[in-house]
Design a protein around this ligand. Structure first.
Ligand code: AMP
Length: 264
C-alpha cells in the first residue's frame, strides 16, 4: 500500500471511498475503513493533524503521531492508499473561507466549548474533498456533531461536491464501554477507570443525573445533555434524541454520545 503526499498522486483514486483522520489510528478508525470497503471502490485514508481545528491552548503539538504504524493498520483494514499531506498542501493560501452550517453554530455544544473548531474542521475537510474527489466519505458517530456539520456542509455546497455521499458509522467502544479515541493514550490507569463514568452517564434518565454521575467520579463537565438527534437543539416530542457529553479527566478532554429512547 502506498503512502502519498502529493496532489498529483491522488488523480488515480478519484471516486474513491474516503476516510479522513488525524492519525493515531485505532479500532474506531479501522471500522470506518472496513465500512468504506463495502463500496467496492478504492479506499483512501487521509492522515492530517489539522492545526486549524485546535485552539492555541489545545493539544496540537502533543497530538499523537505514528505514520508508520498507522499505515500498517490502514493496510490491514483494507485501505488502498494513505494520503498524508503537508500543511502547505492543505493550506496553500491563508484566505480560504467556508460558510458554516447550523449544526456548527447553533447547538452550543462543541461550537460553544471550542470556538473556531468547526471552522477549522470544515476548512480541512472541504480542502480534502476538493483534492481527493471521493464518491463516499465515512465519518464516525463518535464525533456526532462533527458528522452532522459535515453532512450539512455537503448539502449546502451541493454543486461543489455533486456526487458525494456522507456516511455515518457506529461509535466503537472498548470492552469496558469507553469510546475509542486517539486521546485515550494520555489517560493514566486511574483516569481511564474514572472515564468509564462517561459511558454510564449517557444512560442516566435526565441531564441532571448525567451531570451528578460525572461529578461523583471527579470529571470536569463541559456539557452533558439530551438533544434532538437531527438539530442537536432541545428535544422535540416524538423525535429521535441523543445524549451527548464532553468532560475532562485531568487534562484529557473526552467526548461521547449515544442514541436514547424518546419516551417523552
Ligand atoms: P480523528 O482522527 O479523531 O479526527 O477521527 C477521524 C474519524 O474517525 C472521525 O470520523 C471520527 O468520528 C472517527 N472516529 C474516531 N473515534 C471513533 C470511534 N471510537 N468509533 C468510530 N469512529 C471513530
Amino acid at each position: 500500500m502506498d503512502i502519498i503526499s502529493e496532489i498529483a498522486d491522488l488523480a488515480q483514486y478519484e471516486n474513491c471511498a474516503f476516510v479522513p483522520t488525524m492519525g493515531a489510528l485505532h479500532e474506531g478508525h479501522l471500522s470506518l475503513i472496513r465500512e468504506a470497503k463495502r463500496f467496492h471502490i478504492p479506499v483512501v485514508v487521509s492522515i492530517f493533524v489539522n492545526p486549524e481545528q485546535f485552539a492555541p491552548h489545545e493539544d496540537y503539538e502533543t497530538y499523537p503521531k505514528s505514520l508508520d504504524q498507522d499505515s500498517r493498520f490502514a493496510k490491514s483494514a483494507g485501505a488502498d492508499v494513505v494520503f498524508a499531506p503537508s500543511v502547505e498542501t492543505m493550506y496553500p493560501n491563508s484566505n480560504q473561507t467556508i460558510t458554516l452550517p447550523p449544526a456548527a453554530t447553533e447547538p452550543q455544544l462543541e461550537d460553544a466549548c471550542r470556538p473556531g473548531h468547526f471552522r477549522g474542521v470544515c476548512l480541512a475537510v472541504a480542502r480534502l474533498f476538493d483534492l481527493v474527489k471521493p464518491t463516499a466519505a465515512i465519518f464516525g458517530e463518535k464525533d456526532y456533531q462533527q458528522f452532522l456539520v459535515i453532512h450539512q456542509m455537503v448539502q449546502q455546497y451541493k454543486e461543489r461536491w455533486k456526487n458525494l455521499h456522507i456516511i455515518g458509522a457506529p461509535n466503537i467502544r472498548d470492552d469496558d464501554g469507553l469510546a475509542m479515541s486517539s486521546r485515550n493514550v494520555f489517560l493514566t490507569t486511574d483516569q481511564r477507570t474514572q472515564a468509564l463514568a462517561i459511558h454510564q452517564a449517557l444512560n442516566e434518565p435526565t441531564e441532571k443525573k448525567m451531570v451528578e454521575m460525572l461529578d461523583q467520579h471527579g470529571l470536569d463537565v463541559e456539557y452533558a445533555v439530551i438533544r434532538d438527534e437531527t438539530t442537536l437543539l432541545e428535544p422535540v416530542h416524538g423525535k429521535p434524541i441523543r445524549a451527548l457529553i464532553a468532560a475532562k479527566v485531568g487534562n484529557v478532554r473526552l467526548i461521547d454520545n449515544c442514541v436514547r429512547n424518546n419516551s417523552s
